[in-house]
Design a protein around this ligand. Structure first.
Ligand code: ARG
Length: 274
């Protein structure tokens, strides 16, 4: 049995929705009840942490920072595998201030003995961390999204840094701007994906690698409910409250869905995996 996976989360105390860098973000709705949403996001963050621990993870919490509300989505901080971390370069200026703080956080993890190597993508090569680069343990390769936030030029950098194969997937919808909102590989080899988010070529690639009986196409309601943006640990899946049909389909395949109400984070375009 493997050691527990360690998942980093960011304290939600500075989270808010104050700008728009994806079509889901609703600063107007947020500003109607700042204090209410602030309380709800703190509660949602606690619930997420509990669910991740119950699912089998070790959860490591880092501080957020005022003025950097999206730091609450540390999936975008870096790609991490085998004690190596490759820290992100954000496409939008609104999030670039996070880079230094995430670098510091990973360097601290290194000093504490959790990591061996911490580097950052070269300047100008936009890549938004695990949000656009997901390790498929069963297949032994990364799946990497490009075309929205991350650039195609990030792919060879990932291959080189981790000395691991990367399967690039082009994302074509601004609503599904990170791979982790439309693609979820599961421990049993199944892949949940939302086809309209991908170019024809990317859909062909997915179908060439994942046998039809292992492919689960998410519906509009699943994708819009951020249910594809889930965390799978063994047979557990921590996910924003799913439609009953999706939960049942996953149960049929032997997975236990652990639903969490992540509404405040969905107002920023993110959920459990982010
Ligand atoms: N508001 C954030 C952004 O647009 C949400 C990030 C969600 N993260 C993710 N890995 N999908 O950057």
């Amino acid at each position: 049995m493997n050691r527990k996976p360690t998942i980093m989360i960011t304290d939600a105390g500075h989270f808010e929705v104050s700008y728009v860098i994806n079509p889901w973000m609703t600063p107007d709705a947020w500003s109607k009840d700042r204090e209410g949403y602030r309380q709800k996001s703190l509660a949602a963050s606690d619930a997420l942490k509990c669910a991740l621990e119950e699912a089998g993870a070790e959860v490591l919490k880092i501080d957020g920072a005022a003025g950097l509300p999206d730091m609450v989505f540390p999936a975008n901080a870096a790609i991490v595998l085998d004690r190596r971390a490759l820290v992100a370069r954000f496409r939008y200026p609104e999030r670039r201030g996070e880079e230094k703080l995430f670098l510091d956080a990973f360097r601290t993890h290194k000093v504490r003995g959790l990591l061996d190597v911490v580097e950052q993508f070269p300047e100008g090569i936009f890549q938004e961390g695990a949000g656009d680069c997901i390790w498929d343990a069963g297949r032994g390769h990364f799946w990497a999204g490009f075309g929205q936030r991350s650039v195609r030029e990030s792919i060879p950098v990932i291959e080189q840094f981790f000395a691991a194969p990367v399967v690039p997937l082009e994302l074509i919808s601004e609503r599904f701007y990170h791979l982790d909102v439309c693609f979820l590989p599961l421990s049993g080899g199944e892949v949940v994906y939302y086809p309209p988010a991908f170019s024809e070529a990317a859909q062909d690639t997915i179908r060439a690698i994942v046998p039809a009986e292992k492919l689960i196409a998410a519906r509009d309601e699943d994708a819009a409910g951020f249910c594809v943006n889930a965390v799978n640990i063994g047979r557990n899946i921590v996910m924003a409250t799913p439609p009953a049909r999706l939960k049942a389909a996953l149960a049929e395949r032997g997975y236990t869905v652990m639903p969490v109400d992540l509404t405040p984070f969905m107002m920023s375009g993110g959920a459990a995996y982010c």
